[in-house]
Write a protein that binds this ligand. Structure first.
Ligand SMILES: Nc1ncnc2c1ncn2[C@@H]1O[C@H](COP(=O)(O)OP(=O)(O)OP(=O)(O)O)[C@@H](O)[C@H]1O
Ligand SMILES: [Mg+2]
Length: 397
């Protein structure tokens, strides 16, 4: 049976809504500015057409009498203070320019060359407008987009960039708040459990003392067994209390820690599981670990392995040196294996395929390895029906 906590599903829906909104606003504004740009481009073209007509009007000598109209057209020519334009007269000379900065130090020849180059660049943007002088004589007005229009064409990209940055920020904010919430739940629960276990445990210790003081009435071997159980409970309490606070790491001989703990564990699992520990590490390989929590990791992974083998099979632990100052502890079983689809999921809280599983063992193990030891824990390989290898990576320093 697959179980899954859905407390975070709502968060996911919220994420989708925010993402959709950003997308909507993004495409909306791009479409809108594009329309705006098209309109402005049309207007600028109309304006240049008017400009070209004014030139034709002014140049055409038949209007010499109409002094007032000449005034209007020169007004139009002057009014163009935004659109760069160059007028080439019928003789092919640069006869007029607007809104084009020519470097002051240029000689007339250089200026001419500069402006001609400009007309070539302008032609790439818009075909020049023809100024008809009548009887086949014609000049050309070259023009390009105004500064305003040019800036506006960049605007949608800038906007998309800003929206993308906003999206990333929102995503980060979401996931960090979710993480912080998870952390609080973990730490709170762990602390509370350790605290609650404290009272019955000290009273159990007192009972054991009492039983020892009266060997006639209480069988000594039974008292010993109870004491072992109480010690086990103490370990559990200590684990919970150290996960609920910032755990301290100590230099430990990793070979010894793993061997000692697997010896202990080996006595507590089915005798039909063949357990072995091998190591390619130097015998005195030291690693920074919190022994109590690290043992918990090994225990969780080994217990899962035994479950996956239904109590019959081989469980191998192998320690190997890795480059970059790292050591790996591989835990291999000959159990049922994990399907590709589930390889990531096994670490999510609540994921369990067991009748009585909480789906917390690997979540906890990953957290202990990655957040408390700065290491890594992952499924190194697995084949359905054949077995699985989990890999723990720890830093030597
Ligand atoms: N060695 C393994 N081989 C095959 N499947 C595994 C192995 N280890 C873990 N799994 C799968 O991953 C799931 C999650 O494991 P996890 O330890 O997190 O939870 P659990 O064992 O189901 O419950 P508990 O919280 O009691 O540990 C298991 O239910 C199992 O399906
Ligand atoms: Mg488990």
């Amino acid at each position: 049976m697959l179980k899954s906590f859905d407390i975070y599903n709502q968060n996911n829906i919220l994420k989708i809504i925010v993402a959709l909104n950003l997308l909507l606003v993004g495409t909306g504004s791009v479409l809108y500015t594009n329309r705006l740009i098209n309109k402005l481009e049309d207007r600028e073209e109309q304006y240049v057409q008017l400009y070209a007509k004014s030139i034709a009007y002014l140049v055409d000598s038949s209007h010499v009498d109409a002094g007032d109209l000449t005034f209007v057209t020169s007004e139009i020519l002057e009014a163009n203070s935004t659109i760069p334009a160059i007028y080439i007269d019928p003789d092919g000379q640069v006869a007029m320019k607007r809104n084009i900065e020519v470097p002051a130090e240029y000689t007339p020849e250089e200026t001419e060359k500069f402006l001609r180059q400009k007309t070539i660049d302008m032609r790439k943007k818009h075909p020049p407008l023809v100024v008809e002088m009548g009887n086949g004589v014609r000049g050309l007005v070259y023009y390009t987009n105004s500064n305003l229009l040019r800036q506006l064409t960049y605007f949608p990209y800038v906007l998309l960039l800003i929206l993308a940055a906003l999206g990333v920020l929102a995503y980060l904010a979401f996931s960090s708040s979710r993480r912080a919430e998870q952390n609080r739940v973990w730490v709170g629960l762990a602390k509370e459990t350790a605290h609650q276990l404290g009272t019955p445990m000290s009273s159990l210790m007192a009972w054991i003392e009492y039983m020892r003081s009266d060997p006639d009435q209480f069988d000594g071997s039974i008292t010993d067994e109870i004491e072992k159980d109480v010690q086990r409970l103490e370990t559990i309490t200590a684990r919970f209390s150290s996960i609920g606070s910032v755990p301290t790491l100590k230099e430990e001989n990793v070979n010894d820690v793993v061997r000692q703990f697997t010896d202990y564990l080996g006595k507590r699992i089915s005798t039909k599981v063949k357990m072995s520990v091998t190591s390619q590490l130097p015998p005195n390989q030291m690693v920074q670990i919190n022994k109590l929590l690290f043992e918990w990791v090994i225990e969780n992974i080994c217990k899962n392995a035994v479950d996956a083998m239904k109590g019959v099979g081989e469980l191998r632990l192998n320690m190997v040196p890795l480059p970059h100052n790292e050591v790996a502890i591989d835990i291999t079983d000959t159990g049922k294996g994990i399907s590709k689809a589930n390889m990531q999921k096994v670490f999510s809280p609540g994921f369990s395929t067991k009748k009585r599983g909480w789906g917390l063992g690997l979540t906890l193990a990953k957290r202990i390895v990655e957040e408390y030891h700065n290491g890594r824990l992952y499924v190194k390989s697995s084949e359905v029906g054949k077995g699985t290898t989990f890999r723990i990576i720890l830093n030597k320093k």
